[in-house]
Design a protein around this ligand. Structure first.
Ligand SMILES: *Cc1c(COP(=O)(O)O)cnc(C)c1O
Length: 385
């Protein structure tokens, strides 16, 4: 058994990251200086989008995208129950109503056939979430959006570097949002980004991030002098600092190295668990590459003597920092108490009862990976019926 707890996710910072931050601390700009624009340009280029907007965090990114999509009271937004609450909360911030479409039992991502069943005349947008880093069925989702004139906001908090049919996630839909929380692919401490190819959306996102205020004469109704600015929308202070942007730039240079290591770890797990009867390994889609934010095993409970909780606790006792992602969003007390108590998505609920997220982060050593593999195998074999 390990003598220290192996977390499920963790950042990787080197001396060059620290130096990049210190350089900003010694400069004239602490916030909204040159590093913001540099980070935005580099990130847009990395994912293959025309524009990128830095923002305070991934949740603010979703909020800004919902604002730019024009979501308001009385309108419906379709998303998946198997996601972090923020993907859904952003819709509520704008006064919209959530409609949960069930997942595909194989990929764990929102099922386009279920989206079609949930469309109404009030549907305004779809928020597909690339859960674990596995790309959603974007061709099918884009087709539905086109057919019904809906906005697509991809929640790519798990999907920096993931690709779908030859395209990197971030340049496909109207808007794509990212998070730079320390457990995600690259980190800025707290931080987020929205990418888009549409200039109109880009301008709305910029306004929203900074109080709805502009100094751009072309956008103002009046121009009283050099001091003058106008508030055009009800925005927020959702700005990222230059300190964070410098860290993000430095991290972005290593994004491919991090990604490659995540993929190696995932391959080691999948190879090791191929013949383990008690679990199902993640689905590998043709023509797509996951970015492996999470590696989730799905327990074949029918073949086991114990339930998920017992297996989970046994892994924790072995100092393997396992987790569960996620309770279906509508099951949270807030949602149950605010109009979503009748929602039922069978595949999502079944998945939730069987899943365990194993540690996966680029700085894991091969020994760490072997520790996880041997604990999982031992515990599951001991529990076989
Ligand atoms: C992390 C995460 C977010 C929110 O990002 P923050 O930067 O923590 O605000 C949103 N959606 C998903 C799926 C996430 O995993």
């Amino acid at each position: 058994m390990r003598d220290t707890v192996l977390p499920y996710g963790k950042q990787w910072l080197d001396e060059d990251d620290i130096a990049a931050v210190v350089e900003v601390l010694k400069s004239d700009y602490l916030t909204t200086g040159p590093k913001i624009e540099e980070f935005e340009k580099a990130f847009a280029q990395y994912v293959g989008a025309k524009y990128a907007v830095t923002i305070a965090n991934g949740t603010a990114a979703l909020h800004a995208a919902c604002f730019a999509a024009g979501i308001q009271a009385g309108e419906e937004v379709i998303t998946t129950p198997i996601t972090f609450a923020a993907s859904a909360n952003a819709v509520l911030y704008c006064g919209g109503t959530l409609v949960f479409a069930d997942i595909d039992a194989a990929t764990y991502n929102i099922d386009p056939k279920e989206i079609r069943k949930k469309l109404t005349t009030k549907t305004k947008a779809i928020i597909p979430v690339h859960f674990t880093g596995q790309p959603c069925a974007m061709d099918e989702i884009s087709e539905i959006a086109k057919e019904y004139n809906l906005t697509v906001i991809e929640d790519a908090a798990h999907a920096v570097g993931a690709d779908y049919r030859g395209k990197l996630i971030g340049g496909i839909s109207d808007m794509t949002t990212f998070s730079f929380h320390p457990v995600k692919h690259i980190t800025t401490g707290e931080g987020g980004m929205i990418t888009t190819n549409e200039e109109v959306l880009y301008k709305k996102l910029l306004l929203f991030r900074s109080h709805g205020i502009t100094r751009d004469e072309a956008m103002m109704l009046d121009h009283q002098g050099p001091w003058y600015y106008e508030q055009l929308e009800l925005g927020y202070n959702y700005r990222m600092t230059d300190i964070q942007a410098a860290l993000g730039l430095s991290q972005l240079k290593k994004a491919n190295k991090f990604l490659q290591r995540r993929r190696e770890i995932a391959e080691m797990y999948t190879a090791a668990f191929k013949d383990t009867a008690g679990l199902t390994v993640p689905f590998q889609q043709d023509g797509c590459n996951s970015s492996w934010h999470l590696y989730i095993i799905r327990l074949n409970l029918e073949q086991l003597k114990s339930d998920r909780k017992e297996i989970f606790n046994a892994l924790r006792r072995e100092n393997i920092g396992v987790n569960v992602h996620y309770l279906p969003v509508y099951k949270h007390p807030y949602y149950q108490q605010n109009g979503y108590q009748e929602v039922k998505c069978d595949y999502s609920e079944d998945l939730y009862s069987r899943i365990i997220s194993l540690p996966i982060f680029p700085k894991m050593t091969n020994q760490d990976v072997q520790d996880v593999i041997s604990s999982v195998k031992t515990i599951l074999e001991r529990n076989e019926k």
